[in-house]
Design a binder for this molecule. Structure first.
Ligand code: PLP
Length: 436
């Protein structure tokens, strides 16, 4: 399978090229040339499959030309080594809990798959691969934990000193092994500038094999399609299923659209925004107007220029009417998110995190409005993070001291191992040359 750039200015890439590059040279995002349709047999037996079995069949349809059966199996089973339970929250509303991985957020799925894919496609190279990542918090933890212990790959995480939360910092500074955390005297923008400059440094690149692992990488985005199949198959049979996704860069929603193109009978999608409602505005007006993001309590959705919008346009040939026929949008202020978290906890005894709360409420509103019901319509909302990751916000909303799972506590009790560094490029360059 070849992968083309959504900007169409460069020739199609192989899987290996697309994964190691991340972004195409014309700044487009990679898309598969073909989206395979899965067989009726596959769907007929989907209810009996485990998450990993279902995911492997989907992965084989997409990557089977390029990766042999046995390594692909290891990749899928290794990446999805945790449960993704579907939990009934209200009469016709179900939450797909994507937060049971190592960092307790859904980004674990994509990051773990990407790590294994990278290891596989570079297995015959003698040089170690150095993944460079700048983070303002969440990406660093998912990528570092995704690559932890993966042979032949090291990860350098740059983060701004004092500007990430304690729990986020603990999730990438306490790991050791092949993960190096660099605490930069500067801002997130400084961290990003250092990483960009390293990629452009010809001499450094001649001596070190550098790559990125950012969220637009096709091997992070595609595996998110796997759990849509699994979630759908767990729903009561005979119901029509609507899926609601809380969006930031909209990789997660786009993966759902790919699953639908592969034949998964999802009736409709609902996109939930916080106050950063750029996608909702697009659905309402056909105008895509990126603008600076605003800080909210659902901060992983604070994106002013969603990068995967390009992929959605590509899937629909830029046809707004077709996009709007498949996807509805809703947005929520911080005050509304708080109210939803509180109400759902009081009434349904279910603790939503602020991101999942946007999705839950958007789905609820949508199903209430959608009166044309020949068959019973049911909905799945994606619960993308464990509430304890936002403990301060949650405690404040619920007026409680919510429990922190053992998995998150373990990070907090680990020993911080970060290298301090200025924001000068020369220092970063020295560090990369010395360390590896
Ligand atoms: C990243 C993230 C999102 C947004 O996902 P996108 O794929 O960027 O749209 C939503 N919720 C949580 C908890 C996240 O970490």
């Amino acid at each position: 399978m070849k992968y083309y750039s959504t900007n169409g200015q460069v020739p199609p890439a192989t899987l290996q090229e697309a994964v190691l590059k991340g972004l195409a040279d014309d700044n487009g995002l990679y898309m598969p040339e073909r989206i395979p349709l899965l067989s009726d047999n596959f769907f007929a037996s989907l209810h009996q499959k485990t998450l990993q079995e279902a995911a492997l069949e989907v992965a084989a349809a997409l990557f089977g030309d390029d990766i042999a059966a046995s390594p692909l199996r290891e990749m899928v089973y290794g990446a999805l080594s945790f449960d993704i339970p579907l939990v009934q929250v209200a009469d016709n509303l179900y939450g797909l809990e994507l937060f049971h991985g190592p960092t307790m957020a859904f980004k674990d799925v994509g990051a773990r798959f990407l790590a294994r894919m990278m290891q596989h496609i570079t297995r015959n190279e003698k040089d170690e691969i150095n993944v460079l990542v700048a983070t303002s918090g969440d990406t660093g933890s998912a990528v570092a934990n995704g690559f932890l212990g993966v042979e032949g790959v090291t990860v350098t995480v740059l983060y701004p000193k004092g500007l990430v939360s304690k729990i986020q910092e603990a999730q990438f500074t306490t790991l050791g092994q092949n993960i190096c955390a660099v605490e930069v005297e500067g801002t997130f923008d400084d961290c990003q500038r250092l990483v960009k400059q390293a990629f452009l440094d010809k001499e450094l690149n001649a001596r070190r094999r550098l790559t990125s692992a950012n969220s637009i990488n096709l091997a992070r985005f595609i595996p998110q399609a796997f759990y849509y199949f699994w979630g759908w198959a767990q729903m009561p049979q005979g119901s029509e299923v609507v899926v609601c996704v809380p969006g930031g860069n909209f990789g997660n929603l786009t993966a759902g659209l790919i699953a639908k193109r592969m034949g998964l009978p999802i009736k409709h999608f609902v996109a939930a925004n916080n106050a950063n409602d750029i996608f909702l505005k697009y659905l309402q007006t056909a105008e895509f107007s990126p603008r600076p993001s605003i800080a909210t309590i659902a901060n992983a959705m604070d994106v002013g220029n969603p990068s995967n919008f390009a992929r959605i346009m590509d899937l629909y040939g830029g046809n707004h009417a077709k996009v709007a026929a498949d996807i509805s949008g809703y947005s929520y202020s911080d005050a509304q998110i708080r109210e939803v978290v509180k109400r759902t906890f009081d009434e349904a005894k279910y603790m939503l995190d602020p991101h999942g709360a946007c999705a839950y409420e958007a789905l609820r509103e949508h199903l209430k409005r959608d009166k044309r019901r020949d068959k019973k319509t049911t909905g799945i909302f994606l619960e993308t993070a464990h509430p304890a990751k936002f403990k301060e916000t949650m405690d404040n909303i619920l007026n409680a001291d919510i429990a922190v799972p053992q998995k998150l506590q373990a990070f907090m009790s680990g020993q911080k191992q970060a290298v301090g560094m200025s924001s000068r490029y020369e220092d970063f360059r020295d560090l990369l040359l010395k360390r590896f």
